[in-house]
Unconditional design. Structure first.
Length: 327
């Protein structure tokens, strides 16, 4: 039986630190986005733009096409290499979203032999393929447990509000899943002609979009630096502990609460066969067949399932167990 039980739920917890958190910073050119991002703890730079040409000593691999990113992302997220990668890197810098989306579209156009996304599928477009391809790679990163720092450029809505630049299939899932969206604004130069560090906004205004999942975060940071970004989030969590009487936990503890049961093909097949034998003994073979065909189709058998169908097998097992429990 599944260990999912709404009558014995888990309870959400807040994690300390930046591990596992997703941050989007965006702003105009020369606001220090990439510079400060590369100063975060143990960075690895995903350079869809060549934003580190004036920054020395940042680990990276060149990304000139979507397949380059897919290969790097596989090493960053594959269970076989994840632990080794996380020993080397904590902050993954994704620079930047709009350019990555163009690479993703180009990848799909070449795959399907068309010039533009809109020409694919006989003129109906490759929009769903684009959405799925981008989300699949993004989802791998989000679940790997790094500090993810996405960089974006500015765009403006028809109403004049500044927003992160990008379409709904690339920027929107980044923006919607980010724990913090910070809009950076330039402060020009001082009386000596030196650049003043940018400021950051963490709440939406009529002028620009920004937001945070942390209710107690400062909505404005006068000087945006890597250290101040980490501090403003840490302070928000500390205030939540004090105001709400909670105790923040480690990322690993939080992560465990979001993990689903591990589905093993061989174990599921053995359990289904065992329950099937019991149902046959009590004269419920017709009901068993009805359950299987509901999930797999008329005439299908569980023994024909492949390892890619473990989720379906898990649901079938639950339904068969319910039949058995009726006895």
């Amino acid at each position: 039986m599944s260990n999912f039980d709404i009558f014995n739920p888990q309870f959400s917890v807040v994690a300390k630190g930046l591990e596992g958190k997703m941050i989007l910073i965006y702003g105009n050119n020369s606001t220090g986005k990439t510079k400060q991002a590369t100063r975060m703890n143990k960075p690895f730079y995903l350079g869809f733009e060549q934003g580190i040409r004036a920054i020395s000593g940042v680990p990276f691999l060149p990304i000139n096409k979507w397949s380059d990113f897919k290969k790097i992302n596989k090493q960053l997220t594959d269970p076989k290499t994840l632990d080794k990668a996380k020993e080397m890197y904590q902050t993954i810098i994704f620079d930047e979203v709009f350019t990555s989306a163009r690479y993703c579209q180009d990848y799909l156009c070449k795959k399907h032999g068309v010039e533009t996304i809109g020409e694919g599928n006989g003129g109906f477009g490759l929009w769903k393929e684009y959405e799925n391809e981008y989300w699949t790679e993004l989802d791998k990163l989000m679940k790997a447990g790094y500090t993810l720092l996405f960089i974006g450029h500015e765009d403006t809505t028809e109403d004049g509000q500044i927003i992160p630049k990008g379409d709904k299939r690339s920027m929107q899932p980044v923006r919607d899943n980010a724990d913090v969206v910070a809009h950076l604004t330039s402060n020009g130069i001082d009386e000596d002609g030196k650049v003043i560090k940018s400021s950051a906004w963490f709440a939406e205004t009529e002028k620009s979009f920004a937001r945070s999942r942390f209710d107690y975060i400062d909505t404005y940071l006068e000087e945006f630096t890597a250290e101040n970004l980490e501090k403003v989030i840490a302070d928000a969590i500390k205030r939540q502990e004090e105001e709400e009487g909670i105790e923040a936990v480690t990322y690993e503890t939080q992560k465990e609460s979001f993990e689903s049961e591990v589905l093993d093909y061989e174990e599921l097949m053995a359990e289904i066969k065992a329950v099937g034998k019991q149902l046959n003994k009590v004269g419920k073979l017709d009901e068993l067949t009805e359950v299987v065909e509901k999930h797999l189709g008329v005439g299908a058998k569980v023994t024909d399932c492949t390892k890619n169908q473990v989720e379906t097998m898990s649901v079938i097992l639950d339904d068969l167990q319910d039949l058995l429990d009726e006895e």
